[in-house]
Design a protein around this ligand. Sequence first.
Ligand code: PEP
Length: 231
Amino acid sequence: SAHARKPLRGFWKLNPQTKEEALTFASGIASAITDSTPDFDVALFVPYVFIESTMSVVGGKLSVGAEVRASFPHSSGAYTGGISTSMIKSVGVDWVLAGHSERREIFGETDYYINAQPTSPGACATQLKKGLKGVRKEDLDRVAIAYEPVWAIGTGKVATPEIAQSLHAKCRDILAGMYGQETANMIRILYGGSVTPDNIDDLMAMPDIDGALVSGASLDINKFGINWVKS
Ligand code: PEP
């Protein structure tokens, strides 16, 4: 990959249940990240209610992101329960996770919501064109794409590195058609779906797999962040 630092993204889904637990996880993960893990650029996406306290315990060792993007294209108004991008940004959050298959299937989010404000999108492979619509070339360094086979999510069935690689290469081809090959080579494409310390090295060895998006293993401080990189 053109990026020396591999993006590693953890997110918690509807876990954990209390702030105390969240902070225990977060500080455990942060303390496991040392100077000998320089290849990974780590971010943890957490439920809204834990964002600020998580930021305060990780002490800049990793980025904290919002687990769900802003739910509306509107920045203010009569949208009870909505969270806007400006709200998220104002507490110091740089990343949002957008377009997860669970948001689409369970919460009914469409591409319209996912790419409501094109300065902070994310996208799955099959939604690349819609997800990145209106996103300028110069903003792509603030975007990471996650390719996740739905059958691999939370199932313990990881894609083989070869299959994942071929899909990542396809995604990059689509991106090359949209932005040109040189730009496409710079875009970070993360693999997601049952990533663990046991399988991450083989995945990362593939030329078009630039990083990982991880949920289950990010709830285990003995797994996430610690054992990913052999230094
Ligand atoms: C996911 O939900 O997108 C995911 C990758 O989950 P897990 O790591 O638990 O398979």
